[in-house]
Design a protein around this ligand. Structure first.
Ligand code: BGC
Ligand code: BGC
Length: 619
């Protein structure tokens, strides 16, 4: 079929043939971009630079305002939260964009940060901290590849991942989103993640999902207590949560440190093909990244030569100044290309147009931003791609992907202590008692950014809990008794006890915590179960190391399982000896800690020497 025929066929599944660009399909991308740019009105250009949350967009708005990108924020799920519901949602917006005069396709973006983790039924992989413990770039690449298949099946093109933060203070609520406190490890695994999502060299090959390393620059280096309130931002109270203590704060370090620790992963990700980067809410020595011309334009686009586009974080430009006009001019002039305006996009569009009219933002800057956005859209093949079809939905939560997640879980486990060779456990042990809320709770096992922004405890999506995995692993004769709170009859003396400790799910600054103590119920149940068994194994589900020094002697074996996701058989694969533990600590495990900035120094000595150093893990 020639392009003309395709154009006249109304139900053709090919995209974007409504414009004369179809005649240029074989031309080099740069020509296609210039041709299109040359035909765009100011409104159309400003629209391309605007990214809106899907809940803020009534039917017709994408078409009317030429919106360039739509996102689902954390928890931005369709009412029908199924793979088919997601496909229907994304397609509705995609089709609307194709009805515009120039038919420029939208980019639909989501936070698929550990699998396509907002979709009920998707495979949920371990959060990055667990992948960091595996130290295995090949595994990370395969995980990202499987995630890409699940994302693409729902008609989504872009994920705000990988997070390549290099967290320097584990009290930060985003510690688990970082692979490690070690910049080299983050660089290696971040690059592997990008090439897994983007399937190698050619961004346009089928199934490719656009990666978005985040948050540039220094998000993991902020100082405790430096998060500021922004009283003028009133339409998103969550964004100025007084609980935030370090998230979105100020990174108070020299340029040499900034480059040495935080820049490395971006250079690696760009080398691996990253074409979009999300800018950080945080500041560097008092200057908001979103307004930092030096970091965005001079360093990233100039010195490093990044030719893709920059997207802002959630309503982040609003923090620059109480005067929204300044937020717009300063961010765009600093080098922001696409602005994530979750709510009030009309205000953004109006202010940007006014700024251009008044000459406060040069037309050349607008053309540069739009040129970058269009280039990436062409590279991704959006103009020529077919819509995702229902048949692809079987990729979500497929057997293969769940097996891969199980492998990732097993390789992410870090064995902290194993006295008397307690593990591997015998599968035919007569009796096992199991305790802890988290032992039968997929939601806690998955952590934040799962179904909801903050994640949530409970039976939120299909998967295998630790209890179910234990039941599947043991012999027919073995009795497995589970009590959430660890109350077992007085006459029980089991050969083996397993206690599961946890942090409740959280995301972003909501998880900023001054004291990383174990929760009191978990400590009490540990003591109860200790008296009811001979050998005791503790498994921790947490987004970071927790202070366990006092409790360590109470159990024979301690295993850090991080936030493993939906497939807990990866844990039983190791505790029952089908596979050896191989994970090594991606973060230092502190000995003690209370109060700001005492013990969370990366390489402490003396009193503040870590309980276990980075790289530690028994095999
Ligand atoms: C987070 C980003 C995320 C974005 C969209 C922000 O609050 O910082 O990591 O990609 O929201 O949900
Ligand atoms: C959204 C998240 C976003 C956060 C920022 C939430 O309401 O769902 O996507 O990251 O706000 O504060």
């Amino acid at each position: 079929m020639n392009p003309e025929e395709m154009r006249s066929k109304p139900n053709s599944k090919k995209r974007s043939l409504a414009n004369s660009d179809s005649l240029l399909m074989t031309s080099p991308i740069s020509e296609r971009v210039e041709n299109l740019l040359g035909r765009m009105t100011l409104e159309e250009k400003v629209g391309q630079m605007t990214q809106v949350e899907k809940d803020s967009l009534p039917a017709g708005a994408v078409k009317r305002y030429f919106i360039g990108s739509v996102l689902s924020g954390g928890g931005g799920n369709p009412v029908n939260n199924t793979p088919a519901g997601w496909l229907e949602m994304s397609s509705t917006f995609e089709k609307e964009a194709l009805e515009t005069r120039l038919g420029i396709p939208i980019l639909y973006g989501v936070d698929a940060v550990h699998g396509h983790s907002h979709v009920v039924g998707a495979t949920v992989f371990p959060h990055n901290i667990g992948l960091g413990a595996s130290r295995d770039p090949d595994l990370v690449k395969r995980v990202a590849g499987a995630t890409a298949l699940e994302i693409g099946a729902t008609g989504v093109h872009w994920t705000f991942a990988p997070c390549v933060a290099v967290p320097q203070d584990i009290r930060w609520g985003r510690t688990y989103e970082g692979f490690s406190e070690d910049a080299e490890l983050v660089a290696t695994l971040g690059a592997a993640y990008v090439s897994g999502l983007q399937r190698g060299e050619d961004l346009g090959s089928p199934g490719t999902i656009l990666a978005c390393p985040k948050h540039y620059l220094g998000d993991g280096g902020t100082t405790w207590g430096t998060t500021l309130p922004y009283p003028w931002i009133t339409d998103n109270p969550q964004g100025v949560n007084p609980r935030y203590k370090i998230d979105q704060g100020d990174t108070q370090i020299s340029e040499a440190q900034l480059r040495e620790i935080h820049l490395k992963p971006y250079i690696a990700a760009i080398t691996a093909g990253a074409r979009t980067i999300m800018v950080s809410f945080s500041s560097w020595n008092g200057v908001k990244s979103h307004a930092n011309h030096y970091l965005l334009t001079d360093l990233l686009k100039g010195e490093i030569g990044f030719s893709g586009f920059l997207v802002s974080d959630w309503q982040a430009i609003d923090q620059i100044d109480a005067d929204y006009y300044k937020c717009v001019t300063e961010s765009i002039n600093a080098g922001m290309d696409m602005i994530m305006v979750p709510f009030n996009y009309l205000r953004f569009i109006e202010n940007l147009k006014r700024a251009i009219d008044h000459g406060d933002v040069p037309a050349s800057r607008i053309d540069d931003a739009v040129r970058r956005i269009l280039t990436v859209k062409f590279e991704l093949g959006l103009f020529d791609r077919k819509f995702a079809e229902e048949s692809g939905l079987e990729n979500l939560g497929s057997e293969d992907h769940r097996l891969l997640a199980r492998e990732a879980v097993r390789k992410s486990l870090v064995l902290l202590k194993n006295d008397h060779h307690t593990i591997p456990l015998d599968k035919s042990v007569p009796q096992i008692i199991l305790a802890g809320t988290a032992a039968d709770n997929i939601g806690i096992q998955c952590g934040g950014w799962t179904i909801e922004w903050q994640g949530c405890a409970g039976d939120i999506t299909p998967g295998t809990s630790l209890l179910e995995a234990v039941q599947q692993a043991v012999s027919m004769e073995t009795i497995v008794q589970y009590d959430e709170m660890g109350f077992f009859a007085d006459d029980i003396q089991a050969e083996v006890g397993i206690v599961c400790m946890h942090e409740i799910p959280y995301a972003e600054g909501v998880g900023d915590r001054a004291e990383l103590t174990l929760n009191v119920e978990d400590v009490n149940l540990l003591k109860r179960v200790r008296n009811r068994c001979q050998k005791l194994v503790v498994i921790i589900f947490s987004g970071r190391p927790l202070i366990i020094t006092e409790q360590l002697p109470l159990a024979d074996t301690w295993l850090a399982a991080w936030l493993p996701g939906t497939e807990a058989q990866g844990i039983t694969d190791v505790i029952f000896g089908d596979y050896p533990p191989v994970g090594r600590l991606p973060y230092e495990w502190p000995r003690s800690g209370s109060g700001p900035n005492q013990i969370f120094e990366p390489t402490g000595t003396g009193d503040i020497a870590p309980l276990f150093p980075v790289g530690y893990g028994l095999h």
